[in-house]
Design a protein around this ligand. Structure first.
Ligand SMILES: NC(=O)C1=CN([C@@H]2O[C@H](COP(=O)(O)OP(=O)(O)OC[C@H]3O[C@@H](n4cnc5c(N)ncnc54)[C@H](O)[C@@H]3O)[C@@H](O)[C@H]2O)C=CC1
Ligand SMILES: O=C(O)CCC(=O)C(=O)O
Length: 417
């Protein structure tokens, strides 16, 4: 497959939506490019006494609606183009669910599984020290993404607070509750994916209890989506991770699969599966709902022609190439986009930030109720836009809603010469 630049995909998505908006071309052009890119080379001491260098990025794409917000990814394939796309998707995601943030994203190009815990800590603290002048609870607020979680967020908060000689828990979200993290943040991304799927099948007049599901990627987003869909009565028949997939016609026990992955490092080898699947077999499995929950560009046009699910709900950011999107639209497959379906993560990050600023912790029930309200309202707004305009699909509907909100904020605050 030819390499697809995710930043170009983002720009195409914006252009697709712009055709349905009155927003001026000059504003649309501005909304297609990042405001600021930080690239840092981190020189870090390794356990054996050597020094290794790591490329790190933080892209602040747009701050018209509030402080920059978005996760930090550790992965060998991290590039400036990828981080830029991810930062742009954050802008439109925050706008779709109407929370008061702009968008940013960060990443370090390395595989943390190849390093000791103390090496990962030094790499993270080195990055936090470089980020220090650019972040802050009113400026730019990092959070977890692929291969990062509470541990890394706690280190970033501690490094920042130590260097700034302050306490500012809202400088990052996705922290452990002991460091000011919110109840429900770990589950939040999967919860919004489940809520989007539930609303989608309801909208299509179908019972979630009759739905079979395949989930690509069994990390934070994928495994929680699978568990919450199972709790809603859906049957999760196929899941995968970077080592391969598994299938069980009568349904997998999502919790037992998670335990197996924790103990062995993969879903592969789970003893109660009927058989193993390749990545492509998983994406084209005969199911009602496909949830891509791994990385960008997982589904290209060739795979899209073979997808048998008639509903796709994106837990990952950018899992479909633009051509795959076109193929699925032509085939009348409903795609509910990432900027709605995985927005639960940043929404509960927002709740965490509010709690940090108020020094007042919410209960998990309150977090989940507020999240459900925000996701269902955003879903309804997308449906209204989809039905009242000529947009071809829910992704374009989502960008129409989001771009309008960002452009309004830009218009309202005016421009510098
Ligand atoms: N963690 C969060 O709060 C949020 C995550 N997301 C997005 O969700 C996606 C997954 O992120 P997380 O679950 O946080 O990461 P994670 O690191 O917890 O899990 C990623 C999973 O994807 C699997 N994977 C990687 N390559 C694969 C492949 N080719 N085929 C099948 N599985 C593969 C990995 O083995 C792992 O199980 C990313 O696109 C991320 O940007 C979006 C919103 C928030
Ligand atoms: O929780 C956050 O602030 C951002 C999560 C994230 O990186 C994402 O939604 O892709």
């Amino acid at each position: 497959m030819a390499e697809i630049n995710p930043f170009k995909s983002l720009q195409e998505q914006i252009d697709d939506a712009a055709a349905y908006l009155d927003t001026g071309d000059d504003v649309i052009e501005r909304l297609k490019y990042p405001e600021r890119v930080l690239e840092a080379t981190l020189s870090v001491d390794m356990d054996d006494g050597s020094v290794e260098q790591f490329q790190a990025y933080r892209v602040q794409f747009n701050g018209d609606r509030g402080p920059y917000k978005g996760g930090i990814r550790y992965h060998p394939n991290v590039t400036q183009a990828e981080v830029t796309a991810l930062s742009g998707w954050m802008v439109y995601k925050c706008a779709v669910v109407d929370i008061p943030y702009g968008g940013a994203k960060g990443g370090i190009a390395f595989d943390p599984r190849e390093y000791s815990e103390s090496e990962v800590e030094r790499i993270t603290r080195a990055f936090a020290a470089e980020l220090r002048p650019f972040i802050g609870e009113d400026r730019d607020i990092p959070a977890p993404d692929v291969n990062t979680g509470q541990r890394e967020m706690n280190w970033i908060k501690d490094t920042y607070e130590t260097l700034e000689r302050t306490t500012e828990p809202g400088v990052v979200t996705g922290k452990a509750p002991s460091s000011g993290g919110s109840a429900g943040r770990v589950e939040a991304t999967g919860r919004s994916t489940m809520l989007t799927a539930r609303e989608a099948f309801d909208y299509l007049g179908r019972d979630i209890e009759d739905v079979t599901v395949a989930v690509q990627g069994y990390g934070n987003a994928g495994s929680i989506t699978a568990a919450l869909l199972e709790a809603e009565g859906a049957t999760v028949v196929a899941v995968s991770d970077s080592k391969g997939g598994i299938y069980a016609a009568d349904g997998l026990d999502t919790s037992a699969v998670k335990t197996h992955k924790r103990e062995t490092g993969s879903v592969v080898g789970y003893p109660d599966a009927d058989r193993e699947l390749t990545n492509e077999e998983l994406l084209t499995a005969d199911v009602d709902l496909l949830v891509p929950a791994a990385l960008e560009n997982a589904v290209d046009a060739g795979i899209a022609r073979e997808v048998r699910a008639d509903v796709v709900v994106e837990a990952a950011n950018g899992p479909l190439t633009p051509n795959a999107d076109d193929v699925l639209t032509d085939r009348d497959v409903y795609v509910f986009p990432d900027i709605l379906a995985n927005a639960g993560g940043v929404t509960v990050s927002y709740f965490e930030w509010v709690q940090n600023r108020q020094r007042f912790a919410w209960t998990e029930d309150r977090v989940n109720d507020e999240l459900e309200r925000i996701v269902t309202e955003a879903f309804d707004r997308l449906v209204d836009t989809y039905e009242s305009t000529d947009v071809p699909n829910f992704r374009t509907a989502a960008y129409v809603v989001a771009i309008e909100r960002v452009a309004d904020a830009f218009d309202d605050h005016g421009n510098w010469p």
